[in-house]
Design a protein around this ligand. Structure first.
Ligand code: ASP
Length: 591
């Protein structure tokens, strides 16, 4: 069949250039757009590599021309013809194939298409609901194709680099035992062992540690993780991590692996990222940004309570913070009230009347301006906490609220200072997190990272007596205010692990019941080890310039955890439930 003969000369729609003039080509793809100018028909033919203009001239084979007239959006076709240079006035310099067109001689229609639920153009404003319901059509849109292709290239680059560094890609089970990563587990009921459940892994944490006990030394996996938590723009019930673990590393060694990995991944997206990345301890991050994932594109705030002693602007022994956002210009009364209200909702007292502060505290205010480097055009505020906030780390509560105010103001006036440029990548390491976090809900200390994290050697003795001040050997990779990954040096001795469990309020019995197999493994020659996991979805989202991870995941779920395309989660037949021994108590109908 002549079609098969043609097939050997297949090009992609994005490939043809001026230098192909005169050659024969066969293109296959989707009809992106069609212009019928009476005798002459133009088709924009699209595949994942781009778009080529195809022209069906009036004088051509009448049958082929008639077939071309029947083409509509999203029909799937093949066209054979010869490559011709466009006349100078029709050259389109905006597209790579803009110098040429394919003069059609033959046309095959593989399939027709119903009118697509939304146009294929990049700029069209389509509701997310429609996009997710017809995801297979949405994914055809050029920017979604670019995102998914970028994602594939990023995964490949990660595999290539880690493999070249001696890491082994090893799979770990999806059907496992619940591990404490801080979220709720998704459970799978066992049919064979009624009443028992597997848990989908929140991460392969324990398995990767066990692989170190098994002597594999360097492990990685691009792996799906499952967490049942409330969803936001950068969260999905299932998400992907570049997960790795090494034996015998110091923290420094892990950072040395991740920096070139991130540089390589950024290069795939066309960006050069300088390394080494700056570092802050958790304490420094809190004192300068009021958050453990600072966005370094905006300047830090400054603690200035030393300049205002006895002023009463902030509670005794609490921070007073000067927030400085460059180039906002003079704010209106209403704008200042808005910032004040935002601070007040979080417990802060915001001093926005700088003229008044200058009058009441002339020398300290001059020192504040110097400390912040604030100019005439900049926004300057002071924020303090009138009495004393509750909690185990009151100063942090104040700093956190100031951090939120800083971000709020920076985002609000980005159109003026334009510092939040999505192509300005500011990577950062945050080190030495606290070991424990207080949970108001449970009224006890919980692990700030996870319970397998090592404590600083100097803090080992304080694990049970003074958990609030224990620091962990943990590190986060942060990019532009987003936590891209966390990791830690792990505990590799059973006695230390038991101590941490007891600091977390687990009885010996409970620790053994939940993690007995793991504690036992630590008694069979567990080497020192540590690792990290990077969120692949978030990383690709930022590199692709998107605001939601849903735009870089082929088949994501909505904020309610629903897949609108295949309508899951869904009810299942009664028989399946019976086999699993599951009976639902339906809520009683309203009387
Ligand atoms: N398993 C951890 C997490 O998912 C990462 C790590 O400690 O390696 O956050």
């Amino acid at each position: 069949m002549d079609f098969l003969g043609e097939l050997r000369r297949t090009h992609t729609c994005g490939q043809l250039r001026g230098s192909d003039e005169g050659s024969r080509a066969l293109l296959m793809g989707w009809v992106h757009r069609r212009h019928d100018l009476g005798g002459i028909i133009f088709i924009h033919l699209r595949d994942r590599e781009g778009i080529t203009q195809v022209v069906f001239h009036a004088g051509m084979d009448a049958q082929v021309h008639a077939k071309a007239e029947s083409l509509r959006s999203e029909y799937v076709i093949a066209v054979a013809g010869s490559v011709a240079r466009r006349s100078p006035e029709t050259v389109n310099p905006k597209v790579a194939t803009g110098e040429i067109e394919l003069v059609a001689e033959k046309l095959w229609i593989f399939n027709e298409s119903r009118t697509p639920p939304f146009p294929m153009e990049e700029e069209v404003d389509v509701s997310e609901e429609a996009r997710l319901k017809y995801r297979y059509v949405d994914l055809r849109r050029p920017h979604m194709q670019r995102n998914i292709i970028l994602r594939s290239r990023v995964s490949f680059a990660a595999r290539e680099l880690l493999t070249s560094m001696g890491f082994l890609e090893i799979e770990t089970p999806f059907m496992g035992r619940s591990t404490p990563e801080g979220a709720r587990d998704y459970l799978i009921p066992s049919r064979v062992q009624r009443g028992c459940f597997y848990a989908l892994p929140q991460s392969p944490q324990l398995f990767k540690q066990l692989l170190m006990v098994s002597g594999f030394e360097k492990y990685f996996q691009i792996v799906r993780c499952f967490r049942d938590e409330d969803l936001r723009a950068d969260r999905q019930p299932e998400f992907t991590q570049i997960d790795l673990e090494m034996s015998f590393p110091q923290q420094e060694r892990i950072l040395e692996v991740i920096e070139p990995l991130v540089q390589r991944i950024a290069a795939v997206a066309g960006y050069e990222v300088p390394a080494p990345f700056p570092r802050l301890t958790y304490e420094e991050a809190m004192r300068s940004y009021g958050i453990d994932k600072p966005d370094m594109r905006i300047p830090p705030f400054h603690a200035v309570e030393d300049l205002f002693e006895g002023s009463g602007l902030s509670g005794e022994g609490l921070p007073l913070v000067a927030i400085h956002i460059p180039k906002t210009g003079l704010l209106t009364r209403r704008e200042r009230d808005e910032l004040k209200a935002f601070g007040a909702e979080r417990g802060l007292r915001v001093y926005d009347d700088v003229k008044r502060l200058d009058r009441d505290f002339p020398a300290p205010m001059q020192a504040v301006r110097q400390r912040c480097g604030a100019g005439e055009e900049d926004l300057l505020l002071l924020a303090g906490w009138p009495s004393a906030p509750k909690g185990h780390r009151p100063a942090h509560t104040v700093l956190q609220a100031c951090g939120q105010l800083r971000l709020f103001a920076a985002q609000k006036y980005n159109d003026r200072h334009k510092l939040l440029d999505s192509r300005d990548f500011r990577f950062l390491w945050v080190l030495d997190f606290p070991m424990f976090e207080w949970s108001d809900e449970e009224q006890r200390w919980g692990a700030a990272h996870h319970p397998f994290t090592s404590v600083h050697d100097e803090d080992l003795e304080k694990l049970v007596t003074d958990p609030a001040t224990c620091r962990a050997k943990s590190y986060d990779l942060v990019l532009n205010g987003v936590e891209l990954g966390s990791g830690s040096i792990r505990i590799h001795r059973r006695d230390v692990q038991s101590k941490v469990f007891s600091a977390l309020g687990f009885s010996e019995e409970e620790a053994c019941r939940r993690f007995g197999f793991f504690l036992e493994a630590l008694e069979y020659g567990a080497p020192p080890h540590g690792g990290i996991a990077l969120g692949l979805d978030r990383l690709v989202m930022i590199l692709a310039g998107e605001n939601s991870i849903r735009d870089v995941i082929p088949f994501p779920k909505t904020a309610r955890g629903t897949d609108l395309m295949c309508d899951s989660p869904s009810e299942v037949p009664e028989r399946q439930l019976r086999e699993l021994g599951i009976v639902f108590k339906r809520p009683a109908a309203a009387p």
